[in-house]
Design a protein around this ligand. Structure first.
Ligand code: ASP
Length: 358
């Protein structure tokens, strides 16, 4: 990463800007759009226009990734690099907030991981990007960067956010919802502040011996072979995006594959494909079979947050019961507190017993 420029003025909003790539700065490469580096001067222009429009001076530091990317190429290191830069940069000089310009495709995944990495940061970090590049007609790049500046000016609680279209989303609960709409993101579920602040985990970890973590969506006719292949490829653990309250085709082979994995120490975390409600493994027989096979309930975490949290904890060296405890603890709002998820079957069971007793 390199520092590209600094503009200063008095009584200013102080922001640090990191440009990582994405459509925001892309150009037509003939065979499709690709990332473009060296856009510091254009960012400065956009910030100057904010300054003029809002009458609020902005003092900013700007940096770019050495190699800007289409965020489809984000890898497990991308979020860690961003988090390291933010930590370093905010330790050098305390800004009012940090803006990360990022591609939209993996913004929710990377944002969620950064949320775990920087859970103790006392400054707001706002991710933003664009559906249409900065110098294209109809571009939303300037609007989104201004929204990110507005969000920082409004002094949100420290945390990681996505500013996009018309809203500010908590990264740990956000998802890309559209590639044809300026409102590209949604807050799948509201952030649930932890009941009590969790004890801080050790901060540094080694990525040299990283165990990869994967995500698999359940579908009718999911076979044990595919599950087995996924478990082999991702020994760090698997997030299994199940149906409804945590069900999947639960033939003996599938269940035994999961049991073998969890016994060998590969965690399997169950989340739901639904946008509302939570995993409740005790509700249906398939869920009970998964519970019995040793899976961890991911509650109502988004797929992005569940994957980020699992990878983060595995990178920190957690396994077994400790990993289970942390996965089921609301660390920063990514998971509803257990009491707030209402189990539907309570009413159903009551009705059934009433019917039987007649
Ligand atoms: N493919 C682009 C990216 O994620 C899409 C975008 O930025 O909107 O980098």
């Amino acid at each position: 990463m390199i520092t590209r420029g600094t503009a200063r003025s008095h009584a200013a909003l102080r922001v640090h800007v990191l440009y990582t790539g994405g459509t925001f700065g892309m150009a037509d490469r003939g065979a499709g759009m690709g990332p473009r580096s060296g856009i510091g001067a254009e960012i400065a222009d956009v910030i100057t226009r904010y300054d003029e429009a809002m009458g609020r001076a902005v003092e900013f530091r700007y940096a770019e990734f050495d190699r800007v990317i289409d965020s489809a190429d984000a890898d497990p290191d991308t979020a860690v690099r961003i988090a390291e830069w933010v930590r370093y940069s905010t330790e050098q000089e305390r800004p009012d907030g940090v803006i990360v310009i990022h591609g939209t495709d993996t913004m929710a995944y990377v944002g969620a991981r950064v949320a775990f990495e920087l859970r103790d940061l006392d400054v707001a970090v706002v991710f933003t990007g664009a559906q249409i590049p900065l110098d294209y007609p109809g571009s939303d790049a300037q609007h989104n960067l201004h929204l990110a500046l507005d969000s920082i000016a409004a002094q949100p609680a420290p945390g990681i956010y996505i500013a996009f279209g018309s809203a500010l989303h908590p990264a740990a609960r956000a998802r890309k919802r559209a590639c044809d709409d300026y409102d590209g993101f949604t807050t799948v579920r509201e952030l649930t502040p932890p009941l009590s602040p969790p004890v801080l985990l050790p901060r540094r970890h080694s990525t040299a011996t990283r165990l990869p973590v994967g995500l698999l969506t359940v579908f009718p006719d999911l076979r044990a072979d595919l599950l087995m292949a996924a478990i082999r490829q991702y020994p760090g653990g698997i997030v299994l995006e199940c149906y409804g309250s945590g069900t999947m085709p639960h033939g003996a082979e599938v269940v035994e594959t999961i049991r073998t994995a969890t016994r060998r120490g590969t965690p399997v975390v169950v989340i739901t494909q639904c946008d509302s409600g939570s995993v409740d493994l005790a509700r249906y027989l398939p869920g009970r079979a998964l519970l019995d096979a040793g899976v961890i309930s991911g509650g109502d975490m988004t797929r992005e947050a569940a994957l980020a949290k699992l990878a983060y904890l595995v990178d920190l060296g957690f396994s077994g019961e400790q990993l289970r405890d942390w996965m089921t603890t609301n660390m920063l709002g990514e998971l509803s507190n257990p009491a707030t998820t209402t189990p539907l079957p309570a009413t159903v069971r009551e009705d059934a017993s009433t019917v039987r007793s007649r």
